[in-house]
Design a protein. Sequence first.
Length: 270
Amino acid sequence: MSDFANQYGPWALVAGASDGVGSAMAEELARRGLNVVLLARRQEVLDDVAADITARTGVQTRTLAIDLAVPGAAGDVIAATEDLDIGFLVYCAGADPNFRPFLSSPLSDAESLVQRNCLVPMQLCHHYAQPMVERGRGGIVIFGSGAGFAGGPNMVAYGASKAFDMVFAEALWTELHSSGVDVLGLILGKTDTPALRKLEHERGQISSPEDTPPGAAAVDDVVAAAFANLTQGPTCLVGPEIQAAAQLMASVSRNEAVRFIAQAVTAAMG
């Protein structure tokens, strides 16, 4: 663990750290000896996560309650961490709570999603990666989604933003990996998070928000994949289902891939 802290410490910044994969990533980084900055919207939830992490690991924590969908959010994050040496950046924010047709929601919803999923991770990487390169060490993990493989209904802006995240991480890896900075785009499929449980319960697909959505990957498996593949960038597809989907997409034309996604979404909606 001391080797990990020497390579990626002393501080990690985790965006989307209030629950699900983000909080699990923060705890694993703390277990490996890094102090963690926990970034999300809800201050009370962040305080609880921070207290639990400190109690279990003894590391220092800092909480930042910032809405990343608001213009200028990245500047607020940077200002709040200017006294810290951030050696590891995790960008795990960006779920789409709506899953509705593009034209049925106000344009501001899509604009906020693009702000949070595209502009902010780009801005944070531009700021925090520079000192990592200068030191010759550091790590960046950007969470993507199989929704970025091809366009599909009810996730027009979301799928496009996740395509951006995937290609951005890959391109960043090509520029930084030779400088000692590890970059990994972690591509998830269906994952057992509170956001997914809430969505599937609202859609009547599970009977309670406490139930595990069928076919969803466990958060612990996602975190294990992140750390197992950290130095094996640029991209890691987490789990056999998303790996199979990627192989299928690669074997057909773009037009066929879009039709396949549309059929899969329709079937999932019942």
